[in-house]
Design a protein around this ligand. Sequence first.
Ligand code: SF4
Length: 705
Amino acid sequence: MNNRYCENGVEIRKTICSICNPHSHCGIDAHVKDGVVVKVEGSLENPHNRGTLCSKGAASRQYIYHQDRLKTPLLRTGAKGAGEFRPISREEALDIAAERLKGIRAESGAESVAFFAGYPKWMRPFLKRLAHSFGSPNYCTESSTCSSAAVLAAKLNYGCFGPPDIANAKCLLVWSANPFYSNTSAVRRLLDAKERGLTIIEVGPLVTPLTRHADVHLRLRPGTSGALALGMANVIIEEGLYDRGFVEKWTVGFEEFKEYVKAFPLARTEAITGIPEHLIRQAARLYAKTKPAAIQVSASPTVHHTNGVQNHRALTALIGLTGNFDVPGGNHVRPPAYLYVPGPPVTRQHEYEQSRPWSEMAPRMAVDRFPVWSHVIAEAQAMHLPVQIQSGSPYPIRSVVGFGLNHRMWPGSDFMYESLKKLDFFLHVDLFMTDTGKVADLLLPACTSFERSELKFYPEKFVIWTTPVIDPVGESRPDAEIIFDLAKRIAPEDTLLQQGYEANVDWILAPTGLSVEKLKQHPGGLALEDIPPVPYRKYEKSGFPTPSGKMEFASNVLKRFAVDPLPTFKEPALSPIGTPDLAKNFPLILTTGARLPMFIHSRTFRLPWTSGLRPDPMLDINPEDAEDRDIAQGDSVLLSTPRNTITVGANITQIVPPGVINIYHGYRNPEINTLFEPDYLDPVSGFPGFKSLLCQVVKVPKEED
Ligand code: SF4
């Protein structure tokens, strides 16, 4: 695979897109002329995207060369939030940062500096190591609202988890996932499997592009996944469709679980979820009888509820119940390679990150508020960050070192914004000048994947080490370079960090037999052909990595922390059934955070090609609800929750069922997450209940329109 050839002065150079999550990171052929990217195409050689790019990746040139790119370090000169800065040199900026961070550490302890990684995710291992080597336990990430709660829930059940083995599955239960919008490179494989005869059961309130390929679609009321899963489990157990051999030998807590699910007969499950009885029974039978069967979950929709972890535990319990855990065509556990990609090969990423044991650092933020999270997830829960900045208890958080931090990620985003203003020192690293960046004391410009070197593994046994295809724009630098420059100043005793980026990647890669030098010899990427297949049913040799060594229908970890050990269902904290009095004024259910294909969070909102497809954050409302409110397509409406009211346009569509309002997140104005209280969280994971809140929609009176 050749990195380049020349034609009319244009060189084709290999890189990757990292606009969205590390499960994608599509290979890109960058057409470069005179040091400028003039065109992008998907790399045909890359087995993950096989020449395709989504609308976001196709707009890469607008991303790289956007006028809002930060091009020089900036030091705040005006009031916080005013956006008044003066340019300074990189050396001066790094020295100021080091002086402030070390000063705060000396006065208040290293724990009073929090390190945060938002998007992109590629620098996370290096930032986490820096945080711990600096002495702070408070490394936290955007995964405090994305995916970690699902990981947590699955680990409580099994100690580990695995993706669906779609190539060998005969049935796929897709639970609140929309790969057409959020994981486009997976869609081809899914449709190929469908053509081979895969049965698809889709669960989710919204109609998605997957719906027309699904054999059954269960349109549940948002926030009731747990009840649906328990109702399905009841059918499976009652009809003797569960895997007795697996359950008897490899699980604990089954008898209590069996008793508990009897409280979810079909009639009650229909009353809670809104799904007709016959469809629940049909789905339960299809999933349990069609062997093998796998479950595809998404990162967040099932856990963005105030009972999210228990709901997710209930639905993933179906895998063990039916004997589909770690079997061909089921959910196949694979060891982690690097940055969320399942391996093999296995790297030393996690050993690398934890340069100092927890016992040698102060307690993490919110260890008392979210003890289960702190026990299972090796990060601080970032949802607590604004609370501790404001309260200073049990110790002050005086500084944040943020990479790609967006205050709009937090529920009650205005509260987070005001909290950032209270910091003594906020160092922010980003590609663009953002509203969050305007609150920073010091801004450092980062660069895109086109301007840096990056290690990327793919589940298709493929790895690439990219080299920059263009020079960094202005004074921007790769996030990793900024981290290693900071390490020289604030963590000099960490001798590995002092060796620089490539030496650190080599350390992580050591068990794989790969090295940066070797990978540089394969600029288009390297197929890892010698890797043996990952065996199935590994628990038969080593047991499950849970306290009991078995799958736990009743979690010993939850028991230890006085949380109900069974995957119990609770209504969302605000819901038509749970809080009927409140529902008189707020009769609709608000669900937010689903993605449109051209956006990922707020990352491509400023690009004309993508934002032009949906410039305004319209809410989706069912025709029945619109008619009840005399709302016509495009009307301005007031969307109210108990916390706030915003004005948006109405999009009348059957995509949402009656009684549900859907609105996409990430827009600057209006700010959707101001509709949520900052403490509207799952008490187990700390995840926000973004996908089930009560709301009301009324038409804006004409004179106010
Ligand atoms: S944004 Fe699109 S092109 Fe880029 S990595 Fe994600 S799916 Fe691939």
